[in-house]
Design a binder for this molecule. Structure first.
Ligand code: ADP
Length: 492
């Protein structure tokens, strides 16, 4: 019998407390599915302004912990809440670093002191574990913001009995964001200077926090099998492909699951009408409601409605969309977009809204309620991403019978099977080359099928029957934790 594993999740964001992207969904859901598999899980994340103002009942733990940063020792306040009743969440508070409008960057760019903020957070995670005497079997840490954890366990904290048996699992959700800082920032970390070399955390004369997670972690994974292969090549690896190839024996791909408690049209509280596989009629109501929400004419009810929900970033393929948008609007379609991000895309979509007021609904905002309404009310969901580690929106779309048109990359490729009308197999449409004509062709193919109600309904049913629940992924993570522990035992 395997004994229960004690897992410490170190994450820069988690639903429902603070979110900028898919990582928050993962950190907020996976622990809940690990618990029934016999894991004891705690989460540690920063106490952002967003958390402070969230209204969640959090308890101040009373004492501050001391956290070394460079030559100084700073204090952190600790708050505690729960993900659900079995999973405590500890929040590391220090207003100077976390009481800000955004998490990592403003629309103008990254916060100037992100190194200080997240080196502080990372060390605070370890000092919190000491403070509450939580001796983890595994620290499962996420993204560059926590990348240094295994570097610390292999150096400064190497002799701490609390972490004597602790293995690390590092999850890369997006390799394009690496936490790159000037080499002078090395002194902030307190790590031994020997770690600053090309086999360690140096990256072209800078420090790279994500690289630390890759180099020193016991096991590494990304959020889809395809992405774990792609990032070993220069096109996708953003300079870390070499080091990833070196570690490929310890590099895994585990697809994110979906929390169907939150994302299921049969019980989604945000929708005007509910629907499921057996009765799709509610989806039509949701479409009308969505058109109203965007102030679009109800005459679009019969036309295919194309939806997008996204961070407005280059990664998401908006340049392809920009190239085809005028041609797209020559068709009888509606288009709704929800997103925030880079200013150039705010401008692009404002222009589109002005040019096509009868067809295009644009909302530059972050709005969870509206995201649910789009998933339900749209007919097609567009994700022409340049790269996509996993992607969640296409998986939500499947559940809502909103057919994804995606580029075959990363998790998009792993979750979407191209629909073949002759066999009736498939749950969406895919194109391989990063090319706007191919994208447009697939939208046209989808629209052609939309005009054939029987086939379209078959496709909707296929999509809604696709299952990407967390259960399966949580089991895969459990196996990964055990592999990391074996690795740790073999090497320590
Ligand atoms: P990424 O993590 O690269 O942003 P994912 O598809 O993995 O992309 O996850 C994005 C998550 O963030 C989804 O849950 C999506 O619904 C949500 N999201 C993104 N932009 C918005 C927005 N403007 N409003 C509401 N939710 C959003």
């Amino acid at each position: 019998m395997n004994k229960p594993l004690r897992i410490l999740f170190a994450t820069p964001e988690a639903v429902p407390f603070a979110k900028t992207g898919g990582l928050a969904d993962v950190a907020g859901a996976l622990p809940k599915f690990l618990h029934p598999l016999g894991c004891e899980v705690i989460l540690v994340m920063p106490y952002y302004r967003m958390v402070k103002r969230s209204g969640f009942p959090l308890q101040y733990l009373g004492e501050e912990i001391e956290v070394p940063l460079g030559d100084e020792t700073l204090r952190a306040e600790v708050y505690q809440g729960y993900l659900d009743k079995n999973i405590p969440v500890y929040f590391i508070g220090r207003d100077e670093f976390f009481d800000r409008e955004y998490l990592y960057s403003t629309p103008k760019g990254d916060y100037f002191d992100n190194a200080e903020r997240f080196v502080f957070f990372t060390r605070a995670v370890l000092h919190l574990a000491r403070h509450i005497q939580f001796s983890p079997d595994v620290i499962h840490h996420h993204e560059w913001q926590t990348g240094l954890i295994p570097a610390y366990l292999k150096s400064i904290y190497g002799n701490d009995p609390l972490f004597g048996r602790t293995a690390t699992v590092f999850t890369i959700h997006n390799i394009a964001y690496q936490g790159l800082f000037k080499k002078e920032k090395l002194s902030l970390t307190g790590l031994p200077p020997e770690m600053y070399n090309p086999e360690g955390i140096e990256f072209w004369e800078r420090i790279n926090l994500m690289k630390a997670g890759i180099v020193y972690g016991d096991a590494i994974n990304t959020v889809s099998q395809k992405y774990s292969e792609e990032i070993q090549n220069p096109e996708y690896g953003y300079g870390l492909e070499g080091i990833l190839r070196k570690r490929r024996k310890d590099l895994y791909g585990i697809l994110n699951g979906v929390d169907y408690q939150d994302w299921d049209p049969s019980h989604d509280p945000h929708l005007i009408a509910r629907y499921d596989l057996n009765d799709l009629s509610g989806k039509k109501e949701c479409k009308k409601d969505l058109l109203k929400e965007y102030g679009l004419p109800l005459s679009l009810e019969k036309a295919p409605l194309l939806g997008m929900i996204s961070r407005l970033a280059d990664q998401k393929g908006f340049d392809l969309l920009a190239e085809i948008i005028d041609e797209l609007f020559t068709f009888d379609i509606g288009f709704v977009l929800l997103g925030t991000g880079e200013q150039k895309y705010h401008d692009l979509f404002s222009r589109i809204a002005q040019k096509y007021p009868q067809k295009a609904g644009i909302r530059i905002a972050y709005d969870d309620r509206l995201a649910h309404k789009i998933e339900a009310g749209a007919d097609l969901f567009l994700m022409p991403s340049k790269y996509e580690p996993c992607g969640l929106n296409q998986i939500y779309s499947l559940k809502y019978g909103t057919i994804p048109v995606v580029r075959a990359t990363g998790g998009l490729d792993d979750t979407i099977t191209h629909f073949d009308p002759s066999t009736g197999i498939g749950n969406g449409f895919k194109f391989a080359r990063y090319d706007s004509k191919d994208f447009l062709n697939q939208i046209k193919t989808a629209m052609g099928l939309y005009a054939q109600p029987e086939r379209w309904t078959k496709l909707i049913r296929n999509a809604m029957a696709s299952d990407f629940s967390w259960q399966r992924s949580a089991e895969a993570y459990l196996q990964l934790y055990r592999k990391a522990l074996e690795k740790k035992r073999g090497t320590s």
